[in-house]
Design a protein around this ligand. Structure first.
Ligand code: ZN
Length: 262
């Protein structure tokens, strides 16, 4: 009976297509344990455990949680990571990268924080008479609001034929320095530098009594000065400044109508 069965199998096996997708060596290899494989190639073992270790230890940065708790705007974590990596890879001065990192970690010296440490006389913004939190100083106060509107209108003019889009995304591209796919890497570097220089100035003037006297004329002239300063910073590292040159020419067109950016 057995011999008969072997004969039948021998007879029909030539009619089947052989499965040679996996070689004999690969087949044998698949039965080896990772430990056995790592004798000849230690990186196999290391890579495998690196992945396990990385996945087990991943947890989101605490600032995401505290922002949710305090009801503070934050972009999607993946989008933030993409933008953050691009900023770190850019040739922007380390000082401004560190500033952005501090903003992300919520350790910037806002006026409110200085007051709580006993280093400022009051916690309120001298211009708006509300608590001067980091978000207020960086985004909600009069000057950052003016500057972010000017940049949003310029971005809509440049990328959307002046149709309103970026004007509704100010918190995202200005407060969180988010990357949008319309930007080339060079444009994003220039835009990020400009926004970080503006925000650095905002934190500094929040503690300066002069902010009380600032009018739209000051906002407009400060925006020009900061843009020129950013262009100079880019020139110093031999980086193109075409995007910021265009922005400067754009805002200068409105020198007789400075309320346009309100
Ligand atoms: Zn204010």
């Amino acid at each position: 009976m057995w011999n008969k069965l072997v004969k039948v199998v021998d007879h029909i096996k030539c009619n089947f297509i052989s499965l040679n997708i996996i070689s004999n060596t690969q087949y044998k290899k698949s039965f080896k344990t990772l430990v056995q494989l790592s004798y000849n190639n230690p990186s196999v073992f290391v890579l495998h455990f690196k992945h396990i270790f990385k996945n087990e230890n991943y947890s989101e940065h605490p600032s995401f949680k505290t922002r949710r708790r305090d009801g503070i705007f934050m972009v999607d974590e993946d989008l933030f990571k993409l933008s953050f990596k691009k900023i770190l890879d850019s040739p922007i001065l380390l000082y401004y990268k560190a500033f952005f990192f501090e903003q992300f970690c919520r350790t910037l010296n806002s006026k409110n924080k200085l007051f709580k440490f006993g280093l400022a006389n009051e916690s309120n913004c001298l211009k708006c008479n509300v608590v001067a939190t980091s978000e207020h100083c960086l985004f909600e106060c009069k000057f950052p609001s003016y500057a972010s509107s000017a940049i949003a209108k310029f971005l809509d003019m440049r990328y959307n034929d002046s149709a309103p889009d970026f004007i509704f995304l100010k918190e995202s591209f200005f407060l969180c320095n988010t990357y949008y796919e319309q930007f080339s890497n060079s444009e994003y570097t220039q835009l990020t530098l400009l926004i970080l220089v503006i925000k650095d100035k905002c934190i500094k003037i929040a503690n300066d009594p002069c902010i009380e006297r600032w009018s739209k004329n000051n906002f407009f002239s400060q925006l020009i000065l900061i843009t020129q300063f950013s262009i100079k910073l880019l020139d110093n590292i031999n980086f193109v400044s075409e995007f910021l040159d265009d922005f400067l020419n754009y805002i200068l067109k409105y020198q007789d109508n400075i309320s346009y950016f309100d």
